[in-house]
Write a protein that binds this ligand. Structure first.
Ligand code: TXA
Ligand code: MG
Length: 325
């Protein structure tokens, strides 16, 4: 199959919407990462996303809406805590778990009786959903287990030849997948950290629980290895420990760093912003770049686990096979 890559415009959105209505897949930009869209209410279309990504059948999809009026028919009820989160953060990079209505097919939720709903702030994404006239189920537009795409070029690398159309909206704004929070539990549970931070959520609704990933995975996707370049990733917490570690393991290394003093280390070094919000937007591009260098290992400097830094570290710890210092 030939994959067209077309800039977001009124015409390309109409073309993409027609494909969605016809049960086909379209990749499109959102404010977090690029998504692989299908009609969320069409079981056959939804199953195509699993096939295209080679996604495990037990990993449910997020359903995207472009208007609050689309929500009530997709969910059994809107708990008060969820309503507060909607008021505070929608549209934006926060996805909320609800009990699902019978309208949502089991294929979309991988058989669960809950559904995750997301109302993106990205204009092109919203125009696509509106034009399609149906909620759009969209996982990140990468092969399962790989790094999520933050440019149309990344999507082309992941799914070129497999899907008919990629809408190109340029680089994304946030760069990490949306925060996922479960409001079906008595105390809301954060299942996936993201650019809407735990601190911001707690300011809006009070204390939340953070899912312990060692427990039975509440978010099925979190149990799979994720966000990984092909090259082994090693995290380093203390920059001072890095030079000795590099000497002790003579192999070709790439160092991703945000401490100025580390510029010259390793066979290749790639800077990333020290500010976590900027680093989040750069991270997946930098990981892909590092992966093309033919190194034996990618060393990445860790971030403090507060605010957006917590979301960055969640992704890095999933990608990493080792850490030093
Ligand atoms: O930012 C995002 O959320 C992007 C863009 C495209 O919107 N989408 C995305 O989708 O990251 P995906 O499929 O890569 O990640 C969805 C996550 C998975 O960890 C999945 O297990 C979880 O949400 N999830 C989906 N439905 C769920 C449910 N009913 N209960 C618990 N977790 C659920
Ligand atoms: Mg994903």
């Amino acid at each position: 199959m030939k994959t067209a890559v077309i800039n977001v415009s009124t015409e390309s959105i109409a073309q993409a919407a027609a494909l969605i209505r016809a049960g086909q897949l379209v990749a499109f930009p959102t404010e977090t990462v690029y998504g692989l869209g299908a009609d969320a209410l069409n079981p056959a279309a939804v199953l195509k996303t699993f096939a295209a990504k080679n996604r495990p059948a037990d990993n449910p999809l997020i359903v995207h809406i472009a208007d609050l009026s689309a929500l009530p028919q997709l969910v059994e009820s809107i708990p008060p805590q969820a309503q507060k989160l909607i008021d505070a953060f929608w549209p934006g990079p926060l996805s909320i778990v609800f009990k699902k209505s019978t309208l949502v097919p089991a294929e979309t939720t991988a058989g669960l009786d809950t559904v995750v709903i997301r109302f993106p702030s990205h204009l092109g994404a919203r125009q696509l959903i509106t034009a399609a006239g149906t909620p759009i189920a969209a996982p990140s537009a990468n092969r399962s287990g790989n790094v999520s795409p933050t440019t149309a070029q990344h999507v082309q690398e992941e799914l070129g030849g497999v899907i008919p159309l990629i809408l190109d909206g340029g680089a994304i704004e946030f760069g990490l997948e949306s925060t996922v929070i479960d409001c079906t539990t008595s105390v809301p549970t954060m299942l996936r950290p993201g650019s809407v931070t735990q601190e911001q959520i707690e300011e809006a609704i009070g204390p939340v629980r953070v899912a312990d990933e060692a427990e039975k995975p509440a978010s099925p996707g979190m149990k799979y290895k994720h966000y990984s370049p092909q090259t082994p990733v090693i995290l380093f917490t203390t920059p001072e420990a890095l030079p000795a570690a590099l000497l002790a393991r003579p192999h070709k290394s790439c160092v991703i760093y945000h401490t100025e003093a580390l510029t010259e280390l390793g066979d290749a070094s790639i800077p990333i912003s020290h500010n976590p919000t900027d680093a989040a937007a750069e991270l997946y591009s930098v990981l892909r770049q590092a992966d093309t260098l033919g190194c034996d290992a990618i060393y990445i400097e860790t971030f403090k686990k507060t605010g957006v830094g917590a979301a960055i570290m969640n992704r890095l710890e999933k990608a990493a096979s080792d850490f030093i210092g």
